[in-house]
Ligand binder design. Structure first.
Ligand SMILES: Cc1cc2nc3c(=O)[nH]c(=O)nc-3n(C[C@H](O)[C@H](O)[C@H](O)COP(=O)(O)OP(=O)(O)OC[C@H]3O[C@@H](n4cnc5c(N)ncnc54)[C@H](O)[C@@H]3O)c2cc1C
Length: 494
C-alpha cells in the first residue's frame, strides 16, 4: 500500500512528487506514456511568466507569482536551464496602451515586482528588431525562459533519488474507493494508495470522474509554433508579447534557453485530446501575426514546427482541491498556462492540502535536493575535455554534429534515474536532433546507442510513444522480392 499515488508525470505530477519526496512517505508516480513530460509539458512556450496576466484572486494569479519566485533556487538545485530575461507586452495604439496599463495594475495587485512602463525609444534601445510603430510596452523583468521538459525530468529524477517510485506505461483505467484509501487499476495491474493526486493533464476530468460525479470538463486548445535556428537566436533578447485577447496571450517571439528562437502560438479549440499535428492555417496565422511585432521575422531560419494542447478547464481557473465526496483524492486539474510557471508552487500547495487532510509529514533526514549536473562537453575547457576523453573515450565521439553532443553525454542520460528510453527521450535530455538537421544525421546513431545501452534489438527502439517504431526491416535485402514486400507491408501497417 502506498501512502500517495500521483497520476500523471507531467511537470505538475513531477513537482508534486519532488515535494513529497522530502517526507517519510511511500509515493508512486504513475504515467501512461513511455516517458516523463510527454504530454503538454513537452510542447509549450517555455515562459516563466511574470504574473500580471491572471485575474487577481484566482489560483492562476497566486501560483504564477509564487511559482515564478521559486525558479532560481529550484533550477540551481536541479541543474535546469533557466534565464530571467524579462518580458515586454507591446502597445501599438491607444487601446493597447489602456490594455497594458490594466495588466500593470493587475500585476501590482498580484504582487509582481519591479514592473515598469517603457516608451518607444526605451523599447527600441532594448529590442532594435521590433517594429518602429510601437508606442509603449509593459516590462516585467522577473519573467524568464526555462527548459520545460528538462524541469519535469529533473524533478522526477530528484524525486526518484529521494525514494519515489516511477511506473511508466501504466495507464490508470479505474479507481475504486476502499475503506482506507483507493484501489487503482492500471493496464499493467492494480495498486493501492491512501491518497491519490490527480495530475492527469488533458485527462484530469476523466480521472476525476472515476471517483466522483463530473464537476468540470477539460477542453483541449491547440497552440502551434515555429522554431528557428540558433543563428537567429538573439533576434530578440526578451520575451515579446502582444496585447492579450480573449483567446490567450497572443503570438509571442522569444529566445529559448538553448539559443533558438520561437514564434507562436495560435489558439484553436478542438474535440480531440491527441491532436498535436501542425496545420498550414495555424502556422500561416502565427507567421502573419508575428509580423505585428516585427516585420523582420527571419523565416528563412525556421527549422521545425510543433503543437501543444492546453488543458483548458470549463471553470476558468486552476482546480486544486480535495474532493468533498472522495476524501483523500485531490484534483490538480485544468492546469493550462501559466501551469509551467506555477508548478513548483502547486507542488507545495498540494502538501498543504495533504496535511489538512490528515497526512503526517515527517521530514526525511536523507533528502538531497541536489541533482547531479549533466555533462555538457562543449562547455568544458580544452583541458577538461582532454581529461574526460582520457577517462572515457566516448566523450571523444561526436554524435550530433549540429549541437556537438558526444556519445558520452548520451550514455550518461540513458543511465540516469528516469533516464531516456526513446529517441525523443534522448533528444529532450541531451539535445541530439534539436539542431538544423533535426536528427537526419544523428538519429540512426542515437538508435544504435539506445539499443546497445538498453540491451534491445534496434528494431524495438521507439521514436516516442508506444508503437512509434522507426525501423520495420532491412531496406537493402538481397534475398529477392518477397522480403522487400514484407518490409513495405509492415511499414503500411504502422
Ligand atoms: C500552447 C501552450 C503554451 C503554453 N505556454 C506556457 C508558458 O509559456 N508558460 C507556462 O507557465 N505555461 C504554459 N503552458 C501551460 C503548461 O505547458 C501546462 O500548464 C503544463 O505543462 C501542464 O502540466 P501537467 O503536468 O498538468 O500536464 P501534462 O504535461 O499533460 O501531464 C499530464 C500527464 O498525465 C498523464 N496521464 C493522463 N491520463 C493518465 C492516466 N489515465 N493514467 C496515467 N497517466 C495519465 C499524461 O500522459 C501526461 O503525461 C502552455 C501550454 C500550451 C499547450
Amino acid at each position: 500500500m502506498y501512502d500517495v499515488a500521483i497520476i500523471g508525470a507531467g511537470v505538475i505530477g513531477c513537482a508534486v512528487a519532488r515535494e513529497l519526496s522530502r517526507y517519510d512517505l511511500k509515493v508512486v508516480l504513475i504515467e501512461k506514456d513511455t516517458d516523463i513530460a510527454n504530454g503538454t509539458t513537452k510542447a509549450n512556450s517555455a515562459i516563466v511568466h511574470g504574473g500580471y496576466d491572471a485575474k487577481p484572486g484566482s489560483l492562476k494569479a497566486r501560483f504564477n507569482v509564487e511559482g515564478n519566485a521559486m525558479f532560481d533556487e529550484i533550477c540551481k538545485e536541479l541543474d535546469v536551464p533557466f534565464q530571467r530575461i524579462g518580458s515586454l507586452v507591446l502597445a501599438f495604439d491607444h487601446e493597447d496602451v489602456q490594455a497594458i496599463q490594466e495588466l500593470y495594475d493587475r500585476g501590482v495587485i498580484n504582487g509582481v515586482p519591479n514592473m515598469e512602463m517603457l516608451d518607444r525609444e526605451q523599447i527600441l534601445a532594448l529590442e532594435p528588431n521590433l517594429n518602429k510603430d510601437i508606442i509603449a510596452a509593459l516590462h516585467a523583468p522577473t519573467a524568464g525562459i526555462v527548459g520545460p521538459w528538462e524541469l519535469a525530468i529533473a524533478m522526477a529524477e530528484n524525486a526518484i533519488e529521494n525514494g519515489v517510485e516511477l511506473k511508466l506505461e501504466h495507464k490508470v483505467t479505474q479507481i475504486e474507493k476502499l475503506e482506507n484509501g483507493y484501489g487503482i487499476s492500471t493496464d499493467k495491474g492494480k495498486l493501492k494508495a491512501a491518497y491519490v493526486i490527480n495530475c492527469a493533464g488533458l485527462y484530469a476530468d476523466e480521472v476525476h470522474n472515476m471517483v466522483a460525479d463530473p464537476s468540470f470538463r477539460i477542453i483541449p486548445r491547440r497552440g502551434q509554433y515555429n522554431v528557428f535556428d540558433r543563428s537567429v537566436g538573439d533576434f530578440v533578447k526578451k520575451v515579446i508579447f502582444q496585447c492579450p485577447t480573449k483567446k490567450g496571450k497572443g503570438v509571442l517571439i522569444a529566445p529559448t534557453v538553448h539559443g533558438n528562437l520561437i514564434v507562436g502560438p495560435d489558439a484553436e479549440e478542438l474535440d480531440c485530446k491527441e491532436s498535436i499535428e501542425t496545420t498550414m492555417e495555424g502556422l500561416g496565422f502565427i507567421r502573419e501575426q508575428g509580423k505585428k511585432s516585427t516585420e523582420k521575422v527571419p523565416s528563412h531560419a525556421i527549422i521545425t514546427a510543433f503543437a501543444g494542447l492546453r488543458a483548458t478547464p470549463s471553470t476558468g481557473d486552476f482546480i486544486v482541491e480535495e474532493l468533498t465526496e472522495a476524501k483523500g483524492f485531490i484534483d490538480v486539474a485544468g492546469i493550462e498556462s501559466p501551469g509551467l510557471t506555477a508548478a513548483p508552487a502547486i507542488g507545495v500547495y498540494v502538501l498543504e492540502l495533504l496535511k489538512n487532510s490528515g497526512v503526517i509529514l515527517k521530514e526525511k533526514e536523507s533528502f538531497n535536493p541536489i541533482r547531479r549536473k549533466a555533462i555538457r562537453f562543449m562547455e568544458l575547457t580544452d583541458e577538461e575535455k582532454a581529461e574526460l576523453i582520457k577517462r572515457d573515450p566516448r566523450f571523444g565521439r561526436i554524435i550530433c554534429r549540429c549541437e556537438s553532443i558526444t556519445e558520452g553525454e548520451i550514455v550518461d542520460i540513458i543511465g540516469r534515474k528516469a533516464g531516456a528510453l526513446t529517441v525523443d527521450g534522448v533528444k529532450r535530455r541531451a539535445r541530439p536532433g534539436t539542431g538544423r538537421c533535426q536528427g537526419g544525421f544523428c538519429g540512426p546513431r542515437v538508435m544504435e546507442i539506445l539499443a546497445r545501452e538498453l540491451e534491445m534489438d534496434i528494431t524495438e527502439v521507439l521514436k516516442d510513444r508506444r508503437g512509434s517504431y522507426l525501423l520495420t526491416g532491412p531496406t537493402k535485402v538481397d534475398t529477392g522480392i518477397e522480403e522487400s514486400f514484407d518490409a513495405v507491408a509492415a511499414a503500411k501497417e504502422l
